[in-house]
Design a protein around this ligand. Structure first.
Ligand code: M6R
Length: 591
């Protein structure tokens, strides 16, 4: 959450470049944004509430600058709390991503001699640096001293007007350096995500935890614990700019849903030796835990069903934020499988720390290469879905399910069969995503978008998918939605059903089909408007969305596609910017 950037060069004006780069980080937070540039030894600050992509700003001068797009944690959304924050003398500007868990005690001390202007935790950083500079430290030393005092996951970039330096510190939140050399002009970026400068350079250097970098023509990296300089390699990354752009689509969310035509085929293409190697580890493990948050947690929940059906194997699902309660069961032979699109989710990282401490082995299923999760894990499966920018996860979700399925089939010694089934489903999803299908779902959205409540029911593997459906609908349409196991309805939730309440039944052509249809009949007799997402029509359905006739496990993928589209259209009919739902951010890097 929060996107931060620093930009160094000697010739070009930085503001415009920072402004464009910041727009690319907007998915990380979009409550407010700000810039600090340096000209003639003076800092120029620009701050506004709202989205940078919708803003018009007067450029400030200077070739060095830092910028921030905010997802508010400490303090209301207003200009006062917008980054960059400065020291008392207005010489040190700071942009920050993370939460300083001990900021109250630090602030209490600092307030004796420093004037605080905001309610943020961030503001302690410039004041601490100011203190250490006064004590005779140089900027690098002052930043190391300050950074190591902060508790929690943090990354910050500092611009100092006296020394004309940009220095960044990382401990727990991502920062990547980008380097460009062109016609004698050197440019250096430091940002929370490659996306910020992908259109400028693909040459990057990764900053690791407990490191700082002095951002200059040849960036200098230092270990904050030893103070020793570290040599880093320049890595050329493969991502192309188009994959991170909206193209002709009105929203990233729709683009990313449609991209499943390709992403499913791509993700199946995993190294079978690696799958078999990890499958062997799963088969020999003493306890297997799938952990993740939000939608990724729903995929983990689905894994329980997939492994049970395909490999006759029990695996546990735990939301990453609850994982600490299970630490007593972790031994070195335990396997923890973390699923995360971003690879930066704070709760997942904390859970992995616990697993590491107990000596357990970690496997990751992630979308973002070189993210924090991948550096902790012992083995990584990359889902290769390309950048997912809409806050609502779609193409990453189905790709994650594919990896889980491949692992389950590998554990069962049926990897070739699993591959065949998945290639078949990728083709079927490709057929589903056509304009007529989209229109059919759009028509449904038009009928129900004014409703206050939507319920989704499923049995077996479609139970976690019902839960995931609710997340999708809620986050982009703000309609109250809840998913239930079909059998649970009559134990309480059915009381909510009244005339015309939409109830979506996720149906697979499996043994549970008759039971979920019975549940649909129960709600229909209480007035519900029943929407069937099913391979066959049924008289209980008031509206039918056809899905390909596939096996129970694979129904988790094909049933999600119409739900993603429905959520998208519900959100747009209700007039929301579905890519940037209120109060949310793409990567949840705070606890
Ligand atoms: O990056 P991650 O997969 O770790 O993110 C986990 C959740 O924050 C994420 O899935 C969230 O629930 C999405 N907005 C759901 O669409």
């Amino acid at each position: 959450m929060c996107g931060i950037i620093g930009y160094w060069n000697t010739k070009k004006e930085s503001f415009k470049i920072l402004f464009e780069s910041l727009k690319k980080l907007e998915y990380r937070g979009y409550d407010s944004f700000g810039f600090a540039t340096l000209f003639n030894n003076q800092l120029f600050l620009t701050k506004q509430t709202g989205k940078v992509s919708e803003a018009k700003c007067e450029a400030s001068p200077g070739t060095l600058g830092i910028a921030h797009t905010r997802w508010a944690t400490h303090g209301k959304v207003n200009e006062k709390n917008t980054h960059p924050h400065t020291d008392c003398a207005g010489k040190i500007a700071v942009v920050h991503n993370g939460i300083i868990e001990n900021f109250q005690e630090l602030k209490l001390q600092l307030e004796k001699n420093h004037l605080f202007l905001s309610e943020t935790d961030t503001e302690v950083i410039p004041h601490l640096i100011e203190n250490y500079l006064k004590k005779g430290m140089n900027l690098k030393q002052a930043i190391i001293k300050t950074g190591t005092l902060l508790k929690g996951r943090n990354a910050f970039v500092v611009l100092n007007s006296d020394t004309k330096e940009i220095i960044a510190f990382r401990n727990g939140s991502p920062l990547i350096v980008g380097i460009k050399k062109d016609n004698g002009c050197s440019e250096v970026f430091i940002a929370s995500d490659i996306q910020a400068f992908l259109d400028k350079t693909k040459n990057v250097m990764y900053l690791d935890d407990n490191e700082i970098v002095i951002v200059k023509e040849i960036p200098e990296f230092y270990d904050v614990k030893t103070g020793v300089q570290i040599q880093k390699r320049i890595i050329k990354i493969e991502l192309d700019v188009e994959s991170a752009e909206k193209g002709d689509y009105s929203h990233y969310m729709l683009k990313e849903i449609m991209e499943q035509k390709k992403t499913l085929t791509r993700v199946i293409n995993q190294d079978s030796k690696e799958l078999m190697h990890v499958a062997q580890k799963i088969n020999n493990a003493k306890g297997i835990f799938f952990i993740g948050c939000g939608t990724a947690a729903r995929v983990c929940h689905t894994a329980e069903y997939i492994f049970s059906i395909v490999a006759n194997k029990h695996v546990n699902f735990v939301p990453a934020s609850e994982f600490e309660n299970y630490k007593h069961f972790l031994v070195p032979e335990t396997l923890v499988i973390a699923i995360s699109q971003s690879g930066e989710t704070a709760d997942v990282l904390d859970a992995l720390k616990i697993a590491k401490k107990r000596g357990s082995k970690i496997i990751s299923i992630v979308n973002t290469p070189n993210s924090s999760v991948t550096t902790i894990a012992d083995f990584n499966f990359l889902i290769n879905a390309g950048p997912e920018k809409a806050v609502a996860s779609t193409k990453a979700t189905t790709a994650q399910i594919v990896i889980v399925m491949l692992l389950a089939y590998a554990c069962a010694g049926k990897l070739i069969e699993g591959n065949r089934i998945l290639v078949d489903v990728a083709g079927k999803v490709n057929d589903m995503l056509n304009p007529r299908y989209n229109q059919h779902i759009k028509n449904l959205a038009k009928k129900i978008y004014q409703n206050q409540n939507i319920f989704i029911i499923g049995r077996g593997i479609n139970y976690p998918m019902a839960l995931e459906s609710a997340i999708k609908i809620i986050e982009v349409s703000y309609i109250h939605a809840q998913g239930f196991a079909g059998g649970e309805l009559k134990h309480g939730p059915i009381a909510m059903i009244e005339k015309n309440t939409p109830v979506i039944a996720l149906v697979a052509n499996d043994e549970l089909k008759n039971e979920i249809i019975s549940n649909a009949i129960e709600v229909k007799s209480r007035g519900a408007y029943v929407i069937g997402i099913a391979p066959e029509n049924n008289e209980v359905f008031d509206y039918w969305i056809k899905t390909p006739d596939v096996s129970e496990v694979v129904s988790s993928i094909v049933n999600l596609i119409p739900i993603q589209l429905l959520s998208y259209y519900l959100g747009t009919f209700r007039g929301h910017n579905v890519d940037y739902p209120r109060s949310l951010a793409k990567s949840v890097t705070v606890k």
